[in-house]
Design a protein around this ligand. Structure first.
Ligand code: HEC
Length: 156
């Protein structure tokens, strides 16, 4: 790539609200948000990203290559995220830049713009690839975890 490319790119600050949050909202929150926190991971705040999931922090601010979140969405580590699809190159690049710029979180600490949690019905209707179904079937502990979290807040 041309020598000036990186410098040019690096000057563009990624907008968290306009570019990053929509990617997370549209692709991640249904499995790592209000209703489900698969692998113990809640992506709705910087703090919970830093706390991470079962394998520890998922972002290293300033270093996308060391960030598990980036490694999973770019396919460098398996299983690729989102588990039910694939981000476009531009979306992967946006999240990479955002982490490299220190993962600034605008507004409140928790994603205020997050849509209402999907209802249980919409989760039932959600298309889940065989891979994910198998995963859930094999790991009842995770479902148990989210169910027990739910027990304190949801009517069941
Ligand atoms: C369909 C459900 C689903 C969606 C959508 C999804 N994930 Fe995941 N995610 C999972 C599951 C299941 C795991 C646990 C995988 C494993 O450990 O084998 C996981 C694990 C992860 C982990 C590792 C957590 C840890 O314990 O270290 C990260 C990071 C992650 N996901 C990021 C994302 C991001 C970013 C998105 C959106 C671009 C996303 N996921 C979308 C189901 C999902």
């Amino acid at each position: 790539m041309p020598a000036g490319w990186w410098a040019l790119r690096a000057q563009q600050t990624v907008s968290f609200g306009k570019q990053v949050l929509p990617v997370l909202t549209n692709n991640c929150f249904k499995c790592h948000g209000e209703t489900l926190q698969l692998s113990g991971l809640d992506l709705r705040s910087r703090a919970t990203m830093l706390k991470g999931g079962q394998h520890g922090p998922v972002i290293v601010p300033g270093n996308a290559e060391q960030s598990r979140l980036y490694r999973l969405i770019s396919g460098q580590e398996k299983p690729r995220m989102p588990m039910d699809g694939k981000l476009g190159d531009a979306e992967v690049a946006t999240l990479r830049e955002w982490i490299n710029q220190g993962a600034p979180w605008e507004g409140s600490e928790t994603a205020a713009a997050a849509p209402a949690a999907p209802s249980t019905k919409s989760l039932e209707d959600m298309e889940i690839p065989a891979e994910a179904r198998n995963y859930w079937a094999l790991r009842p502990a995770i479902i148990g975890l989210s169910a027990s979290r739910c027990a304190t807040r949801c009517r069941r």
